[in-house]
Ligand binder design. Sequence first.
Ligand code: 13P
Ligand code: ZN
Length: 256
Amino acid sequence: MAEIGRISEVAGYLWEKGWAERNGGNISVNVTDLLSEEERGMPALCDPVPLQEAVTALCGHVFFVTGTGKRMRYVCRDAFCNGSLIRISPDGTSFEIIATQLIPPTSELPSHLMMHNYLRASGKKNRVVLHTHPTDLIGLTHCKPFLDSERITRLLWSMIPECRIIVPRGIGIVPYEIPGTLELARATIKQLEKHDVVFWEKHGILAVGDDIIECFDAIDTLSKSAQIFFSARMAGYEPEGMTDRQLDDLVTAFNL
Ligand code: 13P
Ligand code: ZN
């Protein structure tokens, strides 16, 4: 499946970028439409695993999900030794691993599935949830004034025109929650009403989209903006940033 090649490609970028220490980050992709009926019906490798919260918009859907504790630097070499295909039950209350090995999914599965469920139920086409640990962006979330959606969005947009264009819906903020919890999942879903990229305070970044390369690009562009900001500050000056007028002109020029 070509999609697995694209997942591996992005896993390699995450490692090369230094965003994936040890098992940092995880990926899930809805591959239902990319599989034949026969492939979707593959026999399960395990008993059904109950979900803490039902995902009724995903009944019967199949996802590639990276494994818990698995390293992105190895996902990029062999996705199926470091992740698995899971199938949601017909009533949306459990999942089974169906291929190719019995590799338990990421600890962030509640967040990933609840996000896919929310997006699907809202009629969106997003198939991808990408979570990663970019040093510069996480660094920003350690500064209280930046834990404000409007302020951080304005700051990062204003560093480089592409940021306004590539991340048009801006950044959502989720205050710190324990990784892998339903609380983290629920708080994230709220942010997805307005944003496709969410910062998890003192933890990491999450992007949703229809294409895994584009999810990576959005985070990469935000990271570039953060680096411009930090470089200027380290050189001893406050970066001027683009003006409101300059940012608004992009909306017209690029139909945002
Ligand atoms: P997993 O190894 O369970 O995917 O956890 C990594 C992580 O980044 C948790 O937020
Ligand atoms: Zn994480």
